[in-house]
Design a protein around this ligand. Structure first.
Ligand code: BGP
Length: 494
């Protein structure tokens, strides 16, 4: 335990944690809730990707159906967060609790009431809600009947949903996020082994073996465009409903390094960065950057646009940028000479031999977080940044200590302490306006990527296995006390 003098953060710094409705709530069909795109995902594992099924089949295992039963336990769970001293807690509204099919004429009152009660509980506990509108939770019906986000009618359904919840919670929620990790979709085909999963969770798009790369790209960029227009319209409406709303964009931003000093690798990493940053450019500057317009001119990949779309994008810019940061990547040019290849696709990731990785292969790079915060601040100098996801997914072993079950999760404390130290340097030394740090999964939840329960991030252990079997009891891990003391010390007691 070290105390760092001089790294005192602002007293209104938002310490806390973040989850998503579909990974925690369970009760997937209770009180009028409809089926979401997360509800049709089977459990996977480290080795086996989650399967996207055609609706909910009786013979399959769907981990999002149980989550950690947060729908019924949120009061006790939030009390544990308050005990750690949380100033803020991020979760999402499950879109399907409000509009079960997405295109319903009227919202579901039982769903609205549930979040009323949850936000009231947070305020009673002195916790500021940070609320995501769309965290991999699109109504499944919008996929089967409309084709997901590639259909611009979905923009209208999202706008209606946003308006309903903004009006309902106008005095209960100040911090909003439109889409979770919007950057994790387009152009992922080339770089990520689980891109089918990301394209599904972000856009509701599913491709078969016959779909060509070009067809995939066209569908993904069109879907991303529609999501961005929907976000911008929601931001504008939100500000009309309550000018004090702080509405943010949310991007996954791993830091990106070139594999070598070869010029082709520099160009490759630059192109990879442009692929990452255009989403934030549209959200923050209200327009696509040049290189993306050129890409679309060359390829026709974003074909369904209207003049009004560009007016909407320009008039619905966000108040802050929120990010998830877990790991960094090393980028290498596939070919030194890219003349035979679109340069935007001439890159791939390679392992970083200088740093260690988690059991799931996610590199551990705390300095990369400071590096990335600096990059973002260079791009968007005055914009507040909220870190809304960072954490260490690990296998935990429940042991007895002083007659109580617990987990000695020193590895998690080490990861978090190292990352928070870099955040503090970014604030105090580099002058970057980081306004909050919400660690991912402060209570164990179902992993989004694999559907496993055993990939745990929490300060609180939840006694459930991958199949939802177990007592569901909550136990404090060693990291619980550590985070509690860290928050109480204003971030100095790392
Ligand atoms: C982000 C998602 C979260 C979360 C996190 C950790 O991409 O926004 O929903 O789950 O990653 O990923 P995983 O659960 O796969 O470990």
């Amino acid at each position: 335990m070290m105390t760092k003098k001089g790294l005192q953060l602002p007293s209104d710094f938002l310490w806390g944690g973040a989850i998503a409705a579909h990974q925690a709530e369970g009760y997937w069909d209770a009180d009028g809730k409809g089926v979401s795109i997360a509800d049709v995902l089977t459990a996977g594992s480290h080795e086996k990707p989650r399967e996207i099924t055609d609706g909910v089949l009786p013979d399959k295992n769907y981990p999002n159906h149980h989550g950690i039963y947060f729908y019924k336990t949120y009061k006790e769970d939030l009390a544990l967060m308050a005990e750690m001293g949380f100033k803020a807690f991020r979760t999402s509204i499950a879109w399907t609790r409000i509009f079960p099919n997405g295109d319903d004429a009227e919202p579901n009152e039982a769903g609205l009431k549930f979040y009323d009660d949850m936000f009231d509980t947070m305020h009673e506990l002195g916790i500021e809600p940070v609320i995501t509108l769309n965290h991999f939770e699109m109504p499944y019906h919008l996929v089967t009947a409309y084709g997901g986000w590639q259909n611009r009618q979905v923009i209208d359904f999202f706008e209606k949903y946003a308006r309903v919840v903004f009006e309902r919670y106008r005095n209960k929620v100040t911090y909003w996020i439109t889409h979770n990790e919007i950057s994790n979709q387009a152009n992922q085909a080339e770089i990520s082994g689980f891109s089918d999963f990301l394209v599904w969770t972000n856009s509701g798009l599913k491709f078969d073996a016959e779909t060509t790369v070009s067809e995939r790209q066209a569908a993904m960029y069109q879907a991303a465009h529609n999501e961005l227009v929907a976000s911008a319209r929601a931001v504008r409406i939100g500000h009309e409903i309550n000018p004090d709303f702080q509405i943010g964009a949310m991007l996954n931003v791993g830091s990106l390094y070139p594999a070598s000093t070869k010029p082709a690798d520099q160009l490759a990493v630059q192109k990879a960065r442009q692929q990452r940053d255009w989403f934030s450019d549209v959200h923050i500057r209200g327009a696509y950057p040049n290189e993306m317009e050129k890409l679309f001119e060359r390829t026709g990949w974003r074909s369904d646009v209207t003049d009004q779309d560009f007016i909407d994008l320009a008039s619905g810019t966000v108040d802050y940028l929120s990010i998830s940061y877990y790991a960094s990547s090393v980028i290498r040019a596939k070919q030194d000479d890219d003349s035979e290849l679109d340069e935007a696709a001439n890159w791939e990731t390679v392992p970083n031999t200088n740093i260690k990785a988690s059991d799931w292969g996610w590199s551990i790079d705390p300095q990369g977080l400071r590096y990335t915060l600096n990059e973002l601040n260079d791009l968007y100098p005055d914009l507040p940044i909220m870190i809304v996801e960072n954490g260490f997914g690990a296998y935990d072993e429940l042991v007895e200590a002083n007659g109580q079950p617990t987990v000695n999760d020193d590895y998690r404390i080490a990861y978090l302490a190292a990352h928070i130290a870099e955040v503090e340097k970014a604030i105090v030394h580099d002058g970057i306006p980081v306004i909050g740090y919400l660690s991912w999964g402060p209570i164990d939840i179902v992993s989004a990527g694999t559907g496993e329960m055993k990939k745990r991030y929490g300060y609180v252990y939840v006694d459930l296995d991958d199949f939802g079997e177990g007592s569901a009891k909550r136990y404090k891990k060693a990291s619980f006390k550590w985070y509690q003391e860290l928050i109480a010390s204003g971030g100095t007691r790392l």
